[in-house]
Design a protein around this ligand. Structure first.
Ligand SMILES: [Ca+2]
Ligand SMILES: [Ca+2]
Ligand SMILES: [Ca+2]
Length: 225
């Protein structure tokens, strides 16, 4: 019986390991093909001098990036001049994190970025764009951000607001990680059928004094294997 018990042990150990597998990539966009992933859309508030969209920009990665645009306005733009890059995952999906690189060019006057999950600003509030906020100096290199989400989400919104005519934030290498819920494992039917015999074997081996320790999710150590 011991070999069967070993098989069950291996099954449980592999399931325990698979539960801890690092998150998969749900979405990646580097803008190099000139097209937005079909799950990405853009909305704006206000009128733009330089419309948001994919544009030739090689200071982050490759030849293209996404620019949030420059508005026709110079002062008090706030929420009257806004661009949203919207990632619609279609249904509630486990999202571990959202990451991207960004930099602010053409000077720095206005333009601040924030991330919303299903319409709610991430807490603590993340922000991106050059700091200090309005120092009139263009970035010479990009910043990398990874925002932890660790929950179910359908829509991720990367928003830049207070867009003036004197600066523009560019973004590249967007990645959404997640796709499965840590700790939840979908058992195949064969694994489910193995559970009752395993319980019996564990009971039997425990009676024989062979099981000396039980750790975590089903990882058993035997005294006499
Ligand atoms: Ca790129
Ligand atoms: Ca693309
Ligand atoms: Ca700024």
């Amino acid at each position: 019986m011991l070999p069967c018990l070993r098989c069950c042990i291996a099954l449980f150990a592999s399931l325990a390991v698979s539960a801890g597998v690092s998150a998969a990539v749900v979405l990646q966009e580097d803008f190099e093909d000139g097209m937005l992933d079909p799950r990405i859309s853009v909305s704006t508030v206000g009128t733009f001098l330089d419309a948001p969209g994919i544009t030739s920009f090689s200071s982050i990665e490759g030849a293209n990036a996404f620019g949030f645009g420059r508005s026709v306005n110079r002062f008090n733009s706030f929420h009257r001049y806004v661009t949203n890059l919207i990632i619609d995952l279609g249904s509630p999906t486990f999202v571990e994190s959202l990451s991207f690189d960004e930099m602010e060019v053409f000077g720095n006057w206005g333009s601040r970025g924030e991330v919303y999950v299903d319409g709610v600003l991430l807490d603590p509030s993340p922000s991106f764009g050059r700091s200090p906020y309005n120092d009139f100096i263009s970035d010479t290199t990009f910043r990398s951000h990874t925002f932890a989400i660790n929950g179910l989400a359908s829509i991720l919104t990367i928003q830049v607001w207070d867009i003036t005519d004197l600066s523009e934030i560019y973004i590249d290498r967007i990645a959404v990680a997640g796709g499965s819920v840590p700790g939840e494992v979908s058992l195949p039917s064969s694994a489910l059928l193995a559970v009752p015999p395993l319980l019996f074997l564990v009971w039997q081996q425990r009676r024989k004094g062979r099981i000396v320790n039980v750790r975590g999710a089903g990882l058993l150590l035997l005294a006499d294997a």
